[in-house]
Design a protein. Structure first.
Length: 200
């Protein structure tokens, strides 16, 4: 009875070095996995799961990964140190648009000498902080932006400073649309969409 009781299981959870073996059925092992999952995902868990297993060594599936709290905290501290103590966060679609605009600001402002940002366009950094610049009392007349010229995002500010960028983007969009219409003529004809191509 002691072999199938709760005491050996708790001893192996709290003291992984205990040599006592606990024989559990497969259903009991799956129930134990579901019960311990929150502790495996919680980085603040006080249970050290680095050496803990409740299955026999040959019965542990390869897809199962034990959450090591200390290694996870070490990776988080290393990431914070690399990104100047800025925590990682999920970006909203508006913030992603502004990050892509920062990445392409050399295209939007070709006349200015802007250093390129070494970002992977498919993997934008998530350790960013969006804030608001508060003006000082001495900047009211020297560096103040009037309310009519204030914008809510970086993209609007870039287009306000460079109105020719809108025309370039519109021209590029027209070229792309024309190319798409010409190349997709057979596909649209197969679908049954009436389509006309102007001779240019």
């Amino acid at each position: 009875m002691e072999m199938y009781g709760l005491a050996p299981v708790l001893d192996r959870i709290l003291n992984p070095d205990v040599g006592e073996t606990c024989k559990l059925s497969i259903a009991a092992q799956e129930a134990m996995e579901k019960a311990i999952m929150p502790a495996m995902r919680d980085p603040n868990s006080k249970v050290d799961l680095g050496k803990f297993t409740w299955r026999e060594p040959g019965d542990i599936p390869k897809s199962m990964k034990i959450h090591d709290v200390r290694a996870e905290k070490k990776r988080e501290l290393e990431s914070l140190r690399r990104w100047h103590e800025i925590p990682e966060q999920d970006l909203t679609p508006e913030q992603l648009r502004e990050m892509r605009a920062l990445d392409m600001r050399g295209v939007l402002q070709p006349e200015e000498d802007i250093a390129s940002i070494e970002w992977d366009p498919n993997k934008l950094p998530r350790n960013v902080h969006f804030g608001r610049v508060i003006e000082g009392p001495g900047e009211f007349y020297s560096a103040r932006i009037p309310k009519k010229q204030r914008t809510s995002s970086i993209v609007d500010d870039l287009f306000r400073k460079n109105p020719e960028a809108i025309q370039r983007l519109a021209a590029a969009k027209g070229v792309i649309d024309t190319r798409v219409r010409r190349t997709s003529f057979k596909r649209n004809r197969r679908i049954g969409m009436p389509m006309r191509i102007s001779k240019e």
